[in-house]
Design a protein around this ligand. Structure first.
Ligand code: ATP
Length: 285
């Protein structure tokens, strides 16, 4: 039996850094939602007990470093399953982009194995396993619109966003979140208004959402990679109603009400940016 699972990219509608904890980690609060740019996973059960991963992207490891591998191992251990699985990943989500591709692949493996091996675990149980793999994995198990704090282990669902188009623009650099946090200087951060983002979601208020959306890590990433700031400026100049960085970057997220404008901004960015997409929200509750 083969199971197919889609792994959607996530974008931030807000990302705030609340402070530095005694253990050196930063306390983060973020609102995320999923978009229809997806990796595709194929899971096939085997009798040899082994986990095999094959991803079609040179930047993604095919061994135990792959988050999909880690998810399969954690799932096998938790439910004491002796079967193996072959996992094929077709990557469409840019890698090291701030779009949570690896975390979403891991979450898709948890959802897929739950079906493949008829385990019957709840989403909450899968999210708990996911929290050991990466802080964005619990969110990706649900893939709706949610606010997460701390290490991502606590996720609270929020109302779905009003409909709009999203432009994703990624310059030709990869950023690892691990490299950005050590450069955070709390006093220099510009904090987004997370409560105003929540209110805008509750009221389905697109202009309010655009005004409040923001990412406290922008100043850090912009100072290291000025071309990321240039993409933001270009999007705003071209008329995007809201623009913020996703995760620790470098992907910039443009929020646009009408498709014709989204297409114009997309065309303007294509010569400047390696990877540009127009996508929509998956959460249509
Ligand atoms: P982070 O914020 O954790 O840096 P990201 O969303 O910006 O994540 P990802 O595309 O998830 O970026 O990749 C981050 C790193 O994880 C890369 O170095 C990549 O090689 C590794 N990785 C492991 N498994 C995967 C996977 N299934 N898909 C993509 N990257 C993976």
């Amino acid at each position: 039996m083969i199971i197919f699972e889609r792994a959607p990219a996530k974008i931030n509608l807000s990302l705030d850094v609340l402070g530095k904890r005694n253990d050196g980690f930063h306390e983060v609060e973020m609102i995320m939602t999923s978009v229809d740019l997806t990796d595709r996973l194929e899971l096939m059960s085997s009798d040899n007990g082994k986990i095999d991963v094959a991803a079609d992207n040179q930047y993604v490891p095919n061994d135990e470093r792959n988050l999909a591998y880690k998810a399969a191992l954690a799932f096998k251990n938790k439910y004491r399953i002796h079967k193996g699985v072959q996992i094929k990943i077709t990557k469409n989500i840019p890698v090291s982009a701030g779009l949570g591709g690896g975390s979403s692949d891991a979450a898709a493996v948890l959802r897929g194995l739950n079906k493949l091996w008829s385990v019957g675990a709840s989403k909450q149980e899968l999210a708990e396993i996911g929290a050991f793999i990466g802080s964005d994995v619990p969110f990706c198990v649900y893939s709706t619109t949610a606010i997460g704090t701390g290490h991502g282990e606590k996720i609270y669902e929020l109302p779905s966003p009003p409909p709009f188009f999203v432009i994703l623009a990624k310059p030709n650099i990869g950023i690892s979140t691990r490299n950005i946090f050590p450069k955070v200087k709390m006093k220099e951060l510009v904090h987004p208004d997370t409560q105003a983002v929540i209110k805008a979601l509750e009221e389905k208020d697109f202009p309010g959402l655009c005004a409040a959306a923001g990412n406290a890590l922008e100043t850090v990433t912009f100072s290291l990679f000025p071309n990321v700031a240039q993409i933001k400026a270009k999007m705003l100049k071209a008329g995007a109603e809201g623009v913020l960085m996703s995760g620790s970057g470098p992907t910039m997220v443009g929020l646009v009400q009408h498709y014709s404008k989204a297409k114009r901004i997309y065309n303007g960015l294509r010569g400047f940016c390696e990877e540009v997409f127009i996508v929509q929200m998956l959460d249509r509750r």
